[in-house]
Design a protein around this ligand. Structure first.
Ligand code: ARG
Length: 461
């Protein structure tokens, strides 16, 4: 006969509607391997505290091994009456080692400290996977930057032509952003590297069990300092969800550029066939679906974070059942990113840049006007005046429908006495780029250094 984990004080079983509401196996079953690892570690501290004999310990561990194999093969799965992953696995253990032995494992632990620990284990594992998938996108950006060193493009602010920059500089800007997301995952891991196992329901255990031993067994470097905090806090989940959302938002900014760049009007890039899609009606279409899905899924990840924070807001200590709602949003965030990132890095790696077009558009839209102003500043003209003078050059060009470099020496002299013929030296893309040579600037010499630094960071990531 089936006994629930908590039926003792109840005369009857739960109503079917409650049981249906309460159930979480359809999403928490993915924690089963971690639950079993936790059970192994817990069995060992029960033995160390003389609450299991040596024989009982080996029986328990053998039962857990069989259970794990059956979970892996699918021979054991949660059934209708199992409330959550912990309930199902206790049933599975009891089916394998009998109620006498199987019924001893639960001593000194609660699903509250279990789930808090297993969730950390799961997220730590996926933090590593995600860090590596984000690094793959960085790698693709770095390779493209390397391949196109020296190619100029129109740098934009407000989406308007601003100043010429190197394509590599632009691509590396995205790389540095994503490297910080990788850093965030690592920082998060350091903070989350503490095991709540042994916190019990909220107050700790009276059975002489060693939380540090369990922590070490489960790959944590320490146990939590406070059992209430251990069972009730979910900032580790929210922070993880934030890093996922931030990463998706950062990816969406690249995605939006790819969508624009692939239009007829921009024609900056051509997407590889393997990373573009067609239309069921318009035979000519080649659509940037990978980038669009990336852009779209960012909204979903922001929603996951917002939903989670809303669940956590104003929850009193310690454990509340609301906390069961912490898993689905973050599982969704993990699944979504693990699906998206490989496609995204493939798309970036195979982008083909129309470098002639990028180069020819780089100086358009009077993008060298700042160079005139800064040239004047180097002649000791106050910037306020220099800005006015360069602006007047632009106005003159607009009136005549020409570019800055089409102005004659006489035109320049007529605009301002300060504008000698030498100003022409900065009216080229190469001159403009080369002049921005301070640390972090777009000068080729700096971008080459930057590329090497990004590679180094990537290797260390
Ligand atoms: N399934 C729950 C969760 O995910 C853990 C169970 C705790 N239940 C309880 N009644 N204390 O948070």
């Amino acid at each position: 006969e089936r006994v629930s984990l908590w039926g003792g004080r109840f005369a009857g079983g739960p109503d079917r509607a409650l049981a249906a509401l309460s159930k979480s196996t359809h999403f928490d079953w993915r924690l089963a391997p971690h639950d079993i690892a936790g059970s192994r570690a817990h069995a060992k501290v029960l033995y160390a505290a003389h609450l299991l004999s040596e024989e009982e310990l080996s029986g328990m561990l053998a039962g857990l091994d069989r259970l794990e194999a059956d979970v892996r093969s699918g021979a054991f799965a949660p059934d209708e009456d199992d409330e959550d992953v912990h309930t199902a696995l206790e049933r599975g253990l009891i089916e394998r080692v009998g109620p006498e032995l199987g019924g001893r494992l639960r001593a000194g632990r609660s699903r509250n400290d279990q789930v808090a620990t297993l969730f950390r284990m799961y997220l730590r594992e996926h933090a590593r996977v995600l860090a590596s998938l984000v690094s793959d996108v960085v790698e693709a950006l770095v390779q493209q930057a390397d391949r196109h060193l020296g190619v100029a493009m129109p740098g934009r602010t407000h989406l308007q032509h601003a100043q010429p920059v190197l394509l590599s500089h632009h691509l590396l800007a995205h790389a540095w952003t994503l490297l910080r997301d990788v850093d965030r995952l690592r920082d998060w891991d350091v903070r989350s590297d503490a095991s709540p196992y042994g916190s019990g329901a909220l107050a700790g255990s009276s059975l002489g069990l060693d939380p540090e031993a369990v922590a070490a067994d489960l790959g944590f470097s320490r146990a939590v300092e406070n059992s209430i905090d251990g069972t009730a806090s979910r900032d580790f989940v929210a922070e993880f969800a934030f890093v996922c959302a931030m990463t998706a938002v950062d990816i969406s900014r690249i995605a939006e550029e790819v969508v624009l760049w692939a239009t007829k009007e921009f024609s900056f890039v051509t997407l590889d066939d393997a990373y573009s899609t067609g239309s069921s009606i318009m035979p000519q279409k080649k659509n940037p679906d990978v980038a669009e899905l990336a852009r779209g899924k960012a909204g979903r990840l922001v929603g996951d974070l917002a939903g989670l924070l809303t669940t956590l807001k104003a929850l009193p200590l310690a454990y509340n059942r609301d906390l069961q709602e912490d898993k689905e949003p973050v599982f969704d965030a993990v699944d979504t990113l693990e699906l998206l990132l490989p496609a995204f890095s493939g798309m970036v790696a195979t982008l083909s840049f129309n470098t002639d077009r990028l180069e020819s558009l780089a100086p358009q839209g009077f993008a060298l006007a700042t160079d005139i102003a800064e040239w004047l500043v180097r002649q000791h003209v106050p910037f306020r005046v220099a800005h006015e003078v360069a602006g007047a050059c632009v106005r003159l060009c607009e009136e005549r429908g020409v570019e800055l470099w089409d102005l004659t020496d006489a035109d320049f002299a007529a605009v301002s006495e300060h504008l000698g013929p030498d100003v022409r030296s900065v009216l080229s893309v190469q001159g403009s780029l080369a002049s921005r040579d301070a640390v972090g600037g777009t000068a080729p010499v700096r971008v080459r250094e930057q590329l090497a630094a990004a590679r180094e960071r990537l290797a260390a990531a």
